[in-house]
Write a protein of this length. Structure first.
Length: 288
């Protein structure tokens, strides 16, 4: 569990998503489907640094030479020992190292596009915010204040299901906001650069994310270019709901009726967002 994880996190929904409370499933979106075209698209300068390339080459070369030597015809092995073949192969490879690395650099951009495409094919992301009262997020994600916000227990076990300390998925993690775009060889890219870095322009969102394999989705709906992937949310992870200042009575009632279908949600606190009379901010009042 992240040490600085806040106790509550929030998800903004459009009004039509009152049906979230029917099945208690949320969409995990592919990074390529996000409204920010830089999501999951760091600058991959090459496949590897030259140091890593040479290190890996030195690691695999002896094994490859030995395997090749064993496959040589017997009359060649009778005339040249393994050590002679190895010395010759290492000499030839050493002479071509620069050219080999240059070729690796040339295919870096193509490989980078392929890699990010595979990420979109395999992984989905669920986004949450530290704040329930951001005016821009109410406007963008809650359909001009006509939608609602769900309050989640960020310490709930369902948000912390990583399989090991090294697991970069299945647990809530903070998004980092930077002025510069991640840029590095693919071999040097970390999960943070791939999944958790956004432009500083988005810092007002104060975002946290969960990344999961799409293969674990409870429901998949075929769509082009990205299928819709839905994952279950335990009702015990839901702690409150805030309806928007412009949410219609019809949708408020639909939301309440959907919540009533789950015994665990019937006592959940529902509040109404109201514009403050004197300042550019929202106030939340209990919705009786």
């Amino acid at each position: 569990m992240s040490r600085d994880c806040p106790p509550r996190l929030y998800k903004y929904f459009g009004p039509e998503r009152y049906d979230f409370f029917n099945d208690l499933r949320v969409r995990y979106s592919q990074l390529g489907a996000f409204n920010d075209p830089f999501e999951g698209r760091p600058e991959i300068t090459s496949l590897s640094t030259k140091e890593n390339f040479l290190e890996e080459l030195g690691r695999v070369l002896p094994e490859q030479i030995e395997r090749t030597y064993e496959q040589l015809p017997s009359y060649i092995r009778e005339r040249m020992s393994y050590n002679q073949i190895r010395a010759l192969a290492e000499h030839l490879v050493k002479g071509g190292q620069t050219e080999m690395f240059d070729k690796l650099q040339e295919i870096g951009s193509v490989a980078g596009a392929f890699f990010t495409g595979k990420i979109d094919h395999l992984l989905g992301v669920f986004c949450l915010s530290e704040v329930p009262d951001n005016l821009l997020m109410w406007a963008h994600y809650a359909r001009s204040h006509t939608g609602f916000v769900v309050e989640f227990d960020a310490l709930h076990p369902s948000f912390h299901e990583q399989k090991s300390e090294e697991d970069d998925m299945r647990h809530i993690r903070r998004v980092y906001y930077r002025d510069s775009r991640p840029s590095a060889p693919l071999s040097e890219m970390s999960a943070i650069e791939l999944f958790l870095v956004k432009s500083s322009h988005w810092s007002y969102e104060r975002e946290w994310r969960l990344v999961r394999p799409l293969s674990d989705a409870a429901k998949m709906i075929p769509m082009d270019p990205y299928p819709l992937a839905f994952f279950d949310i335990p009702p015990s992870a839901i702690k409150g709901v805030i309806t928007g200042a412009r949410m219609s009575p019809e949708y408020c009632e639909r939301l309440r009726q959907a919540m009533m279908t789950h015994a665990e949600l019937r006592s959940i606190q529902v509040r109404r967002a109201l514009p403050d009379a004197s300042h550019f901010l929202l106030r939340f009042e209990n919705d009786v």
